[in-house]
Design a protein around this ligand. Structure first.
Ligand code: GLU
Length: 464
């Protein structure tokens, strides 16, 4: 049996970080089993679904790099109405569904009664049973189609994450599968799609646990094999509450991109939200796929930890090739008015500073002073720029000028003799030199920084 999983987002806004984690686990499960990972767009809610949001979701999935196997053939529910109608007709034909002619008022009365008595909402008035006389069909009511849920027994499954789950059938309603206008309802579409797509493992958020018994019963009535289900617990914010934009949480996957998170780091971090492989924190997606098993997913919710995300991001920055990082930060530098001139090459700058940055914005920030001297912070000036500093820097510029070959080593070789000559400690050279050349005290080794910036530019900056 080929394992088939799917990610089935509803395109009603942005791509939520929880959605990406669901997609990631579905994807990893399929890849681990050499199976297929399929994408389905659940866009039947015409009032809330937009083409824009479909694009945002697809761009988000592409950005993190979760490749789905039906790229040329993504399933859109809105393109499948004929098929849903066909299955409704089949279920009516086989006696697993029936027309219900209840009016709004009747349903309202039932709801009130059910609330009072704590029973299933619909009293099954139109459900055909042997020996039962149904009411007369009213002339002015367009019927809905209801599914004939079994009256006794339980609907149970062994959830791949949560273990045994069971619902008594008597608590489940005869749910509506087609509305009066003929349009199919949510749970019904999901079932028909999962069946037609041959989905073997449904991996989704645990907000769908209550839908699962309904879906299982419909699948059984269709004579379909019931897939395995694994329900993933929620991701909570750092305060342990539901993640929400309104509470100021970063939610949309694009916002993490704007924060300078690398796609691989995002996936690495999300993989660890609710899943563990020993103490491993930092790993590649190849390793994740190799290790991934739903039995290692925790059944309880996990919490966002931005500090950890940034740490993992920093680790990924370290192992990302410099030219890839250059492509990722070029537009960030351009936004600061910096266009890469011939020297220094951005990749060389990145090689020197990449260990210092935990996100791409910080990385861009670390590159700025190689191209443009910054205005030093007052606190740095107060701390490192004494009365003699300006003259001392000019004296040191003279030494720099005398170098024939402009290399880190040669620049370095000037430091000790100069300090001895001046009777100062290295701090009195290094820090003012950073301020004079870079405009910031926070740089890597100053000899390497000067070497990259270039002789003419360094002398110009000190002497200006
Ligand atoms: N469209 C549903 C959602 O976005 C997912 C349904 C499913 O995975 O079965 O929550």
């Amino acid at each position: 049996m080929t394992v088939k999983t799917r990610f089935a987002p509803s395109p009603t806004g942005y791509l939520h970080i929880g959605g990406v984690r669901t997609a990631l686990f579905s994807w990893a499960f399929a890849r681990h089993h050499q199976g297929e990972f399929l994408l389905r767009i659940e866009d039947t809610d015409l009032a809330r679904s937009t083409a824009e949001s479909v694009k945002v979701i697809m761009d988000g999935i592409d950005w993190v790099g979760l490749n789905y196997d039906n790229a040329g053939n993504v399933v859109y529910q809105t393109q499948r109405f004929d098929r849903y109608k066909e299955v409704v007709a089949e279920l009516l034909e086989s006696g697993h569904a029936y027309y219900c002619y209840c009016s709004k008022e009747e349903l309202e009365a039932m709801r009130e009664k059910a609330e009072r008595e704590g029973t299933a909402t619909y009293d099954r008035r139109w459900r055909p049973e042997a020996g039962k006389t149904l009411p007369d069909i009213p002339a002015d009511v367009q019927p809905v189609v209801r599914f004939k849920t079994p009256l006794t027994g339980d609907t149970s499954w062994t959830d791949l994450v949560k273990g045994e789950i069971s619902f008594p059938n008597e608590a489940l309603d005869d749910l509506i599968i087609a509305r009066a206008d003929g349009s199919p309802t949510y749970n019904f579409c999901v079932v028909v799609d999962d069946f037609d797509m041959g989905v073997t493992h449904v991996i989704r958020g645990d907000d769908h646990v209550n839908n699962t018994p309904k879906q299982i019963n419909i699948l059984k009535a269709m004579g379909a094999d019931v897939p395995a289900y694994g329900h993933l617990p929620m991701i909570l914010n750092e305060q342990g509450k539901k993640i929400s934009k309104r509470s100021g949480d970063t939610v949309a996957i694009t916002d993490f991109g704007a924060m300078g998170i690398l796609p691989e780091a995002m996936l690495n971090y999300l993989a660890r939200l609710g899943w563990a492989h020993g103490d491993d924190e930092f790993f590649t997606m190849e390793q994740f796929v190799e290790w991934f098993d739903l039995k290692d997913v925790s059944p309880s919710p996990s919490r966002m930890d931005m500090k950890k995300l940034l740490w993992i991001n920093g680790e990924h920055i370290k192992i990302t090739p410099n030219d890839t990082l250059a492509d990722m930060i070029r537009h960030r530098l351009e936004a600061k008015g910096i266009t890469e001139t011939a020297a220094p090459a951005l990749t060389d700058v990145i090689a020197l500073v990449k260990d210092r940055a935990q996100d791409l914005n910080a990385l861009a920030e670390e590159c700025v002073y190689f191209y443009q001297k910054q205005v030093p912070a007052e606190a740095d000036v107060a701390k490192h720029w004494d009365d003699d500093a300006a003259d001392r820097m000019l004296r040191f510029a003279g030494k720099l000028e005398s170098l024939n070959e402009w290399t880190t080593e040669n620049i370095h070789s000037l430091f000790k003799p100069f300090c001895d000559e001046e009777g100062i400690k290295m701090g009195k050279l290094g820090m003012p030199l950073r301020l004079a050349v870079c405009g910031t005290a926070k740089t890597p080794s100053v000899d390497a920084v000067l070497a990259l910036i270039g002789k003419d530019e360094v002398l110009k900056r000190i002497r200006s």
